[in-house]
Design a protein around this ligand. Sequence first.
Ligand SMILES: [Zn+2]
Ligand SMILES: [Zn+2]
Ligand SMILES: [Zn+2]
Length: 254
Amino acid sequence: MEVIFLGTGTSHGIPVIGCDCPVCTSSDPKNNRTRCSVYVRAEGARIIIDMTPEFRIQMLREKLSTADAVLITHTHADHLHGLDDIRPMTFRRPMPVYGSTRVIGIIRRRFDYIFNVTQMGGGKPHIQLNPVEGPFYIPTVYGKLEVVPVPMLHGKLETFGYRIGDFAYLTDCSYIPKASMHLLNGLKVLVLDALKYKDHPTHLTVDKAIAVAQKIGAERTYFTHMCHDIDHAKLLSELPDGIEPAYDGLRITL
Ligand SMILES: [Zn+2]
Ligand SMILES: [Zn+2]
Ligand SMILES: [Zn+2]
Protein backbone atom coordinates (compact mmCIF):
# COMPACT_ATOMS: atom_id res chain seq x y z
CA MET A 1 0.00 0.00 0.00
CA GLU A 2 1.26 3.50 -0.86
CA VAL A 3 0.00 6.91 0.25
CA ILE A 4 0.99 10.04 -1.67
CA PHE A 5 0.25 13.41 -0.07
CA LEU A 6 -1.20 15.54 -2.86
CA GLY A 7 -1.69 18.49 -0.50
CA THR A 8 -1.24 19.23 3.20
CA GLY A 9 -2.37 22.85 3.61
CA THR A 10 -5.36 24.49 5.21
CA SER A 11 -8.23 26.04 3.23
CA HIS A 12 -6.39 29.10 1.85
CA GLY A 13 -3.21 27.19 0.91
CA ILE A 14 0.32 28.18 1.97
CA PRO A 15 1.66 30.71 1.06
CA VAL A 16 -1.49 32.75 1.71
CA ILE A 17 -2.14 35.39 -0.94
CA GLY A 18 -0.69 38.70 0.28
CA CYS A 19 0.96 37.29 3.42
CA ASP A 20 4.62 38.00 4.16
CA CYS A 21 4.95 35.94 7.37
CA PRO A 22 8.08 33.78 7.82
CA VAL A 23 6.29 30.56 6.73
CA CYS A 24 4.62 32.09 3.65
CA THR A 25 7.98 33.56 2.55
CA SER A 26 10.03 30.52 3.61
CA SER A 27 12.51 28.97 1.16
CA ASP A 28 11.77 25.48 2.57
CA PRO A 29 9.59 23.72 -0.05
CA LYS A 30 7.96 21.76 2.80
CA ASN A 31 6.33 25.04 3.89
CA ASN A 32 4.60 25.28 0.51
CA ARG A 33 1.25 23.53 1.01
CA THR A 34 -1.53 23.04 -1.50
CA ARG A 35 -4.99 22.10 -0.28
CA CYS A 36 -5.45 18.83 1.58
CA SER A 37 -5.73 15.51 -0.29
CA VAL A 38 -4.13 12.07 -0.55
CA TYR A 39 -3.77 9.49 -3.30
CA VAL A 40 -3.83 5.89 -2.08
CA ARG A 41 -2.77 2.71 -3.86
CA ALA A 42 -4.15 -0.38 -2.15
CA GLU A 43 -4.74 -3.91 -3.43
CA GLY A 44 -4.70 -2.75 -7.03
CA ALA A 45 -7.13 0.14 -6.43
CA ARG A 46 -6.17 3.80 -6.83
CA ILE A 47 -8.16 6.11 -4.62
CA ILE A 48 -8.20 9.89 -4.27
CA ILE A 49 -9.51 11.36 -1.01
CA ASP A 50 -10.97 14.84 -1.68
CA MET A 51 -10.83 16.96 -4.83
CA THR A 52 -9.02 20.19 -4.06
CA PRO A 53 -8.93 23.36 -6.19
CA GLU A 54 -5.31 22.35 -7.00
CA PHE A 55 -6.22 18.77 -7.97
CA ARG A 56 -4.97 19.09 -11.56
CA ILE A 57 -1.66 20.63 -10.49
CA GLN A 58 -1.22 17.98 -7.79
CA MET A 59 -1.79 15.07 -10.20
CA LEU A 60 0.63 16.52 -12.78
CA ARG A 61 3.25 17.24 -10.11
CA GLU A 62 3.12 13.63 -8.86
CA LYS A 63 2.91 12.21 -12.42
CA LEU A 64 -0.34 10.39 -11.64
CA SER A 65 -2.71 9.73 -14.50
CA THR A 66 -5.92 8.22 -13.20
CA ALA A 67 -7.83 6.71 -10.31
CA ASP A 68 -10.52 4.12 -9.70
CA ALA A 69 -12.55 5.96 -7.07
CA VAL A 70 -12.88 9.27 -5.25
CA LEU A 71 -13.84 9.59 -1.58
CA ILE A 72 -15.13 12.92 -0.26
CA THR A 73 -14.75 13.81 3.43
CA HIS A 74 -17.06 16.86 3.42
CA THR A 75 -18.16 19.63 1.09
CA HIS A 76 -16.02 22.60 2.16
CA ALA A 77 -14.61 24.28 -0.94
CA ASP A 78 -11.00 23.25 -0.23
CA HIS A 79 -12.02 19.57 -0.34
CA LEU A 80 -14.42 19.54 -3.25
CA HIS A 81 -14.08 22.37 -5.74
CA GLY A 82 -11.58 20.61 -7.99
CA LEU A 83 -14.20 18.00 -8.86
CA ASP A 84 -14.62 19.18 -12.45
CA ASP A 85 -10.94 18.45 -13.16
CA ILE A 86 -11.61 14.70 -12.85
CA ARG A 87 -12.87 15.00 -16.45
CA PRO A 88 -9.87 13.55 -18.38
CA MET A 89 -10.16 10.37 -16.27
CA THR A 90 -13.79 9.85 -17.19
CA PHE A 91 -13.64 9.68 -20.99
CA ARG A 92 -14.02 5.88 -20.98
CA ARG A 93 -16.06 5.25 -17.85
CA PRO A 94 -17.72 7.30 -15.12
CA MET A 95 -15.73 7.99 -11.94
CA PRO A 96 -17.35 6.56 -8.81
CA VAL A 97 -17.53 9.22 -6.08
CA TYR A 98 -18.36 8.18 -2.51
CA GLY A 99 -19.50 10.31 0.43
CA SER A 100 -22.18 10.51 3.09
CA THR A 101 -25.79 10.83 1.89
CA ARG A 102 -25.70 14.51 2.87
CA VAL A 103 -22.42 15.12 1.01
CA ILE A 104 -23.67 13.38 -2.14
CA GLY A 105 -26.85 15.52 -2.06
CA ILE A 106 -24.79 18.71 -1.82
CA ILE A 107 -22.49 17.62 -4.69
CA ARG A 108 -25.56 17.01 -6.85
CA ARG A 109 -26.83 20.54 -6.15
CA ARG A 110 -23.52 22.41 -6.19
CA PHE A 111 -22.38 20.78 -9.45
CA ASP A 112 -25.86 20.57 -10.97
CA TYR A 113 -24.55 21.16 -14.52
CA ILE A 114 -22.69 17.83 -14.33
CA PHE A 115 -25.85 15.87 -13.60
CA ASN A 116 -28.36 17.80 -15.77
CA VAL A 117 -28.86 16.62 -19.34
CA THR A 118 -27.29 19.17 -21.70
CA GLN A 119 -26.15 19.25 -25.32
CA MET A 120 -23.60 16.64 -26.36
CA GLY A 121 -20.00 17.72 -26.83
CA GLY A 122 -19.88 19.95 -23.77
CA GLY A 123 -16.91 19.24 -21.57
CA LYS A 124 -18.38 17.66 -18.49
CA PRO A 125 -16.96 14.97 -16.22
CA HIS A 126 -18.86 11.69 -15.99
CA ILE A 127 -19.48 10.98 -12.35
CA GLN A 128 -21.33 8.19 -10.60
CA LEU A 129 -22.50 9.26 -7.14
CA ASN A 130 -22.54 6.69 -4.33
CA PRO A 131 -24.01 7.67 -0.95
CA VAL A 132 -22.55 5.58 1.88
CA GLU A 133 -23.30 5.50 5.58
CA GLY A 134 -21.18 2.53 6.65
CA PRO A 135 -18.40 0.26 5.38
CA PHE A 136 -18.48 -0.28 1.61
CA TYR A 137 -16.43 -2.00 -1.11
CA ILE A 138 -14.57 -0.59 -4.10
CA PRO A 139 -14.10 -3.07 -6.96
CA THR A 140 -10.42 -3.76 -7.72
CA VAL A 141 -8.49 -5.88 -10.20
CA TYR A 142 -8.11 -8.50 -7.47
CA GLY A 143 -11.68 -8.39 -6.14
CA LYS A 144 -12.86 -5.72 -3.77
CA LEU A 145 -11.37 -3.33 -1.23
CA GLU A 146 -13.17 -2.44 1.99
CA VAL A 147 -13.39 1.23 2.96
CA VAL A 148 -14.67 2.20 6.41
CA PRO A 149 -16.11 5.71 6.91
CA VAL A 150 -15.13 7.18 10.30
CA PRO A 151 -17.73 9.77 11.42
CA MET A 152 -16.13 12.81 13.10
CA LEU A 153 -17.13 16.32 14.19
CA HIS A 154 -15.65 19.38 12.44
CA GLY A 155 -17.13 21.97 14.81
CA LYS A 156 -20.83 21.12 14.53
CA LEU A 157 -20.51 19.64 11.04
CA GLU A 158 -20.23 15.88 10.61
CA THR A 159 -17.35 14.82 8.36
CA PHE A 160 -16.08 11.41 7.36
CA GLY A 161 -12.58 10.17 7.89
CA TYR A 162 -11.80 6.99 5.93
CA ARG A 163 -10.02 3.82 6.97
CA ILE A 164 -8.52 1.57 4.29
CA GLY A 165 -6.75 -1.47 5.76
CA ASP A 166 -4.17 -0.30 8.29
CA PHE A 167 -4.34 3.31 7.07
CA ALA A 168 -6.73 6.05 8.21
CA TYR A 169 -7.15 9.58 6.91
CA LEU A 170 -8.78 11.98 9.37
CA THR A 171 -8.71 15.54 8.10
CA ASP A 172 -10.97 18.43 9.21
CA CYS A 173 -12.04 17.32 12.67
CA SER A 174 -12.20 18.85 16.12
CA TYR A 175 -13.56 15.77 17.89
CA ILE A 176 -13.61 12.04 17.21
CA PRO A 177 -16.60 10.35 18.90
CA LYS A 178 -16.04 7.26 21.03
CA ALA A 179 -17.83 4.98 18.54
CA SER A 180 -15.43 6.14 15.83
CA MET A 181 -12.36 5.61 18.03
CA HIS A 182 -13.30 1.91 18.03
CA LEU A 183 -12.88 1.92 14.22
CA LEU A 184 -9.26 3.03 14.58
CA ASN A 185 -7.63 0.11 16.40
CA GLY A 186 -4.38 -1.39 15.10
CA LEU A 187 -3.43 1.29 12.56
CA LYS A 188 0.00 1.35 10.96
CA VAL A 189 -0.42 4.88 9.56
CA LEU A 190 -2.73 7.65 10.71
CA VAL A 191 -3.10 11.03 9.00
CA LEU A 192 -4.60 13.62 11.31
CA ASP A 193 -5.77 17.24 11.19
CA ALA A 194 -3.42 19.65 13.05
CA LEU A 195 -4.34 23.15 11.92
CA LYS A 196 -2.26 25.41 14.17
CA TYR A 197 -0.92 25.92 17.70
CA LYS A 198 -3.71 28.14 19.06
CA ASP A 199 -7.26 26.94 19.80
CA HIS A 200 -9.70 26.69 16.92
CA PRO A 201 -13.42 25.85 17.03
CA THR A 202 -13.51 23.42 14.08
CA HIS A 203 -10.05 21.83 13.87
CA LEU A 204 -7.66 19.93 16.10
CA THR A 205 -4.70 22.03 17.17
CA VAL A 206 -1.17 20.67 17.54
CA ASP A 207 -1.51 19.80 21.26
CA LYS A 208 -4.94 18.22 20.79
CA ALA A 209 -3.78 16.32 17.73
CA ILE A 210 -0.82 14.90 19.67
CA ALA A 211 -3.21 13.75 22.42
CA VAL A 212 -5.62 12.19 19.90
CA ALA A 213 -2.75 10.53 18.00
CA GLN A 214 -1.39 9.02 21.21
CA LYS A 215 -4.85 7.76 22.15
CA ILE A 216 -5.32 6.12 18.73
CA GLY A 217 -1.79 4.72 18.93
CA ALA A 218 -0.95 4.18 15.26
CA GLU A 219 2.63 3.09 14.54
CA ARG A 220 3.19 6.36 12.62
CA THR A 221 1.09 9.55 12.57
CA TYR A 222 1.36 12.37 10.03
CA PHE A 223 -0.20 15.80 10.58
CA THR A 224 -1.97 17.59 7.74
CA HIS A 225 -4.25 20.61 7.00
CA MET A 226 -1.62 22.90 8.52
CA CYS A 227 -1.83 26.69 8.35
CA HIS A 228 0.93 29.31 8.09
CA ASP A 229 1.52 29.33 11.87
CA ILE A 230 3.32 26.03 11.37
CA ASP A 231 6.92 25.90 10.18
CA HIS A 232 7.67 22.35 9.02
CA ALA A 233 11.18 22.00 10.49
CA LYS A 234 10.19 23.63 13.80
CA LEU A 235 7.13 21.41 14.29
CA LEU A 236 9.13 18.31 13.29
CA SER A 237 11.68 19.09 16.02
CA GLU A 238 8.94 19.53 18.63
CA LEU A 239 6.83 16.42 18.01
CA PRO A 240 7.17 13.16 19.97
CA ASP A 241 8.61 10.05 18.28
CA GLY A 242 6.25 8.49 15.77
CA ILE A 243 4.48 11.76 14.91
CA GLU A 244 5.61 14.14 12.17
CA PRO A 245 4.18 16.82 9.89
CA ALA A 246 3.40 15.64 6.35
CA TYR A 247 4.35 17.74 3.33
CA ASP A 248 3.21 17.96 -0.28
CA GLY A 249 4.70 15.11 -2.31
CA LEU A 250 5.55 12.92 0.71
CA ARG A 251 5.17 9.24 -0.21
CA ILE A 252 4.86 6.54 2.39
CA THR A 253 4.53 2.79 2.02
CA LEU A 254 2.97 0.41 4.49
ZN1 LIG B 1 -10.42 21.86 5.02
ZN1 LIG C 1 1.59 33.67 6.15
ZN1 LIG D 1 -13.57 21.74 6.41
